[in-house]
Design a protein around this ligand. Structure first.
Ligand code: SF4
Length: 366
């Protein structure tokens, strides 16, 4: 089909779901004509998700605490212990916020926040148990590999022990938070106190062995090179290849651009977000092409906005994520997009797809 095209053999390989290597992925990302990339990615989207459905969901972000020792250079949200506006969310606040979530028809709580040195594993176990006792039907999509690494070190436990205790307490799925770019060169600058790339991967490997549903992410557009973006995708794909047949593994991949406003990266190092819409579309397409073993690719409506998200649905994405009631980390760094349930359905329909509300496991809920 692609006989007269320079990258024809790579397109054939991708459509046969044969893994591309880093050089091949890099060549497509940086040199292939956009219309060809988009065409191939859209075909692959159809292979993984036949039809015209595009997913979305309602969830609520609650930050457990804003105290964090990590002080990542892209984060405006975190506070040092003792800061006048430092907090740990109270039970009363959880109840108020979960009641609002339920009144809006949502059932998933995204629990994230800082790595507070005063909070150990028992704190999170007690919190999850309390929330599940109060709201048995609410799903907890909580923490992320850096917190698991931190808790394992603090408690001198294995990742398996930490995750098993959290699962027993009510953890339903593990967000791919803190992946940023899986390169220690990059991490030493943007998030030096956080888990290394290998640690992030090892926590996810453990979660997959325990059959805990997970997601994979990439926060890009700061100091990484295009090849480091591609290498990130390859590491995610190779880890997914290890998972046992029939286990969840990574359910979805979600790339989003660095939001620079007021961040240390911008103020101290002069790093301005390298985001632009056409490049985001190429990244979505090449993610779909390289991640031949991950069914869902999510465009980040919250950070890229309506127009680019609509185009992303034609370039390999099959989901626009959540209306995300109360998001504090990326909005603290300049992401200004806000959407209601009606907005997101209209955006998906406007792009020519059928909006399907789903849960965290990508099962339709309506
Ligand atoms: S991004 Fe997360 S880990 Fe990094 S400083 Fe902010 S709250 Fe802490």
């Amino acid at each position: 089909m692609f006989d007269d095209m320079v990258f024809g053999p790579l397109y054939e390989k991708a459509l046969n779901l044969t893994p591309l290597d880093a050089e091949e992925g890099f060549a497509l990302y940086t040199q292939a004509p956009a219309e060809e990339l988009i065409f191939v990615a859209d075909r692959l989207r159809q292979v993984h998700n036949p039809g015209k459905n595009a997913g979305w969901m309602i969830d609520r972000n609650v930050n457990i605490t804003n105290i964090c020792f990590s002080q990542c250079a892209f984060c405006n949200f975190c506070r040092k212990k003792g800061s006048p506006d430092a907090y740990i969310t109270t039970t009363e606040d959880y109840i108020k916020k979960i009641n609002e979530l339920i009144s809006l028809g949502g059932d998933q709580l995204l629990l994230q926040g800082g790595m507070n040195p005063d909070l150990g594993l028992d704190f999170y176990v007690d919190l999850f148990k309390k929330l599940k006792d109060l709201y048995p039907s609410v799903r907890l999509h909580a923490l992320g590999p850096p917190e698991v690494v931190y808790l394992a070190k603090k408690e001198k436990l294995s990742y398996t022990d930490v995750l098993s205790r959290l699962i027993e307490a009510g953890l339903d799925s593990l967000p791919g938070a803190g992946a940023e770019i899986l390169s220690d060169r990059v991490r030493k600058i943007v998030s030096p106190a956080k888990a290394t790339a290998d640690e992030w991967i090892e926590v996810m490997r453990t979660a997959h062995q325990l059959n805990l549903p997970t997601s994979a992410t990439m926060m890009y557009g700061h100091i990484e090179t295009p090849m480091e973006r591609i290498a990130h995708l390859i590491r995610i794909r190779d880890l997914q290849d290890e998972k046992q047949n029939g286990y969840y593994g990574f359910i979805t991949f979600i790339p989003w651009p660095f939001q620079d406003e007021g961040t240390v990266l911008r103020k101290k190092y002069g790093i301005i977000s390298g985001y632009n819409g056409p490049d985001y579309i190429r990244l979505i397409a090449v993610s779909r092409i390289i991640l031949n073993n991950i069914r869902h690719i999510q465009a980040s409506l919250l950070t890229v906005g309506k127009d680019i998200a609509m185009m992303a649905l034609h370039a390999g994405a099959d989901d626009l994520g959540s209306i995300m009631i109360e998001e504090n980390v990326v909005s603290a760094a300049g992401a200004e997009n806000r959407f209601s349930a009606e907005d997101i359905k209209a955006i998906i329909a406007g792009a020519g797809f059928i909006p399907v509300r789903r849960n965290q496991k990508y099962e339709p809920v309506d």
